[in-house]
Every structure is written in structure tokens, then in C-alpha cells.
Design a protein around this ligand. Sequence first.
Ligand code: UDP
Ligand code: MG
Length: 324
Amino acid sequence: MELISIIVPCYNEQEVLPLFYEEIKKVTGQMQNDNKELEFEYLFINDGSKDRTLAMLRDLAAKDKSVRYISFSRNFGKEAGMFAGLENAKGDYVVIMDADLQHPPKFIPKMYDYVKNHGYDCATTRRVSRKGESKIRSWFARKFYSIMNRISQTEIVDGAQDFRFMTRQMVDSILEMKEYNRFSKGIFSWVGFDTKYIEYENVERAAGTTAWSFTSLVKYSLEGIFAFSTAPLAIASVLGVISCLIAFVIIMVVIVKTIAFGEAVQGFPTTVCAIFFIGGLQLFCTGILGQYLSKTYLETKSRPVYIIKETEETKIKRTVNKDL
Ligand code: UDP
Ligand code: MG
């Protein structure tokens, strides 16, 4: 028997969850028909949803023995959800996918085939278009990938997604990375292994709304840069050197001027410029240092990445909150 775990992080997904369940069951049912050796488990991670997601998961788990769920004590973010899924999945193969059907389940049989029969350790999708996304958003996304790949040794493929089919061996390697600031796109690439990219056109969310605002995407990109590159620290030193050189030139000019024309209040603008310039650079560089320091600070605390409140096994016996 071969067990495939399907991990699905969910945050306020009440609209799409039934659609998703139906779709995934169709695809996996077909796979089981073709190959009697296959078994599936569905591991849903409720990431502190504020709607009826948890109630729906409880119902699904009660009806379907292959459905498991983990419910967090609050919203910990998708990264934490994926990590919890990977830690708790029992499968020989593990799939991570979104609940909103933007990661079409129909790719799973193909992914399985690549991993099982073609020697790949991981199969993933790569969207070749950013259809349905605003122009500014795609522009920023593309810029992020090009900068990221220039300043970091870890390659991050543009359009690569968190929709992944992995072997147990790769999952175990990912679990070895215990960092608190998790940036999965980097982690998947950092652990290595042979990855097959299946290209496809972007699909829009089946229902519900995305939980990512523009600012949260910017934050996420910075997270990626600070987690997988120390180049910004070098920028700080380079800027420092440049500013020192400029300051040196200004000082020379001032000295020569003073010797030639005597002291005058005329130099005032230069002074102000210099103070602002150096001050600005210093703040900029301190900011970069601060970013790394804050990451180090969080890492040294070694807090858990997530906290579980309830699973299908420990379903809370007391009356469940009717609103959730
Ligand atoms: N998600 C999550 N925690 C969060 C935000 C999102 O578990 O704090 C889940 C969400 O339920 C979905 C997946 O992550 O299954 C991707 O989220 P979304 O569709 O909002 O992102 P997008 O597709 O726009 O990148
Ligand atoms: Mg989505």
C-alpha cells in the first residue's frame, strides 16, 4: 500500500471547502480506480478561521475517515499551516495545495507519475501567466523574483507555487529546517532534490476572497529576501563607503574654499546637505541591521511555529461554539 497525504491550509474557506472536497475526491477516486495500491489521507489545517471552516472540517472528519484536521489556536499564517501539515502527514508521498482550487487537483495524477515513474523527488506547477492579477501586482512580483535571484544563492523560480507533490525523503529534509521565519518557496529550493515543473495558465479562485493584500505580499517578499539572502547587509556597507567618499570630497572642497576665500556663512547649505545625506544613510543601514537582528531575535526565542487547539482525534468534548 502507498499512502498519499494531501495537506490543505485553510483560512476562512467556507465558500470553497465543499467544492474543493468534491473535486479532490473525484480525482483521487479515479487514481484509486487505476491503482488499487493507493490510499489517501486529507489533512486540513484550520489556520484560525473566523467563519464556519472548522465546523465544516468537523463534519467532514466525522463522515469520512480519511479526513483529518488540525485546528490552530489562532491565525498563524499559511507558512505555519504548511509546516504543521508536513509535520503531521503520515504519507509516503505528500501533496500541499490551496483550498481555493487555484491549484487544480487534476494535476495530481500527473505529478504522481513524474515522481513515481520518472525519478523526480518533487513535482510542482509553475504558472506561465499571471492572468486575473493586476498589472502592478505582476510587475512587482516579477521584480521581486529577479532581485531575489540576483542576491541570493537559493534559486527561487518565478511563478513556482506551493502546490507540490513530494517524496517522504524530501519532506523529512524540509522538516529538518526548523527556522521560525519560514519562507517555503526558498526552503523547497534550498533542500535541493530533482523538481519537475509543470507549466499551466493561472486560474482564478473558485470562490471567497484572497487573504493577501498588497502590503502583505510586500511583507512576504521582504521576508523572503531577509530569510534567504544577506546581500542587504552588504548594501549597507557599500552605501557607507560611498557616503564616506562623498563626505571626503565635500570636506576637501570646503577646506580649499576656506583657504582661498576665507570663512563665510555661505557654506551653510553644504553642511546641511552633508548632515542629511549621512544621517539618511545611517538610518537606512541601521534599518537593514535591525531587520536581521529582529529575525535573529525571533529565532533565538525558538517559539513554536504553530499551536494546535483541536484535531479530529482530540475533538473538544464541551459544547462547540455555534458561531464557528
Ligand atoms: N491561508 C492560510 N492562512 C492564512 C492565509 C491563507 O492557511 O493566513 C491559506 C488559504 O486558505 C488558501 C491558501 O492559504 O488555501 C492560499 O491563500 P489565498 O488563496 O488567499 O492566496 P493567493 O492564492 O491569493 O496567493
Ligand atoms: Mg488563492
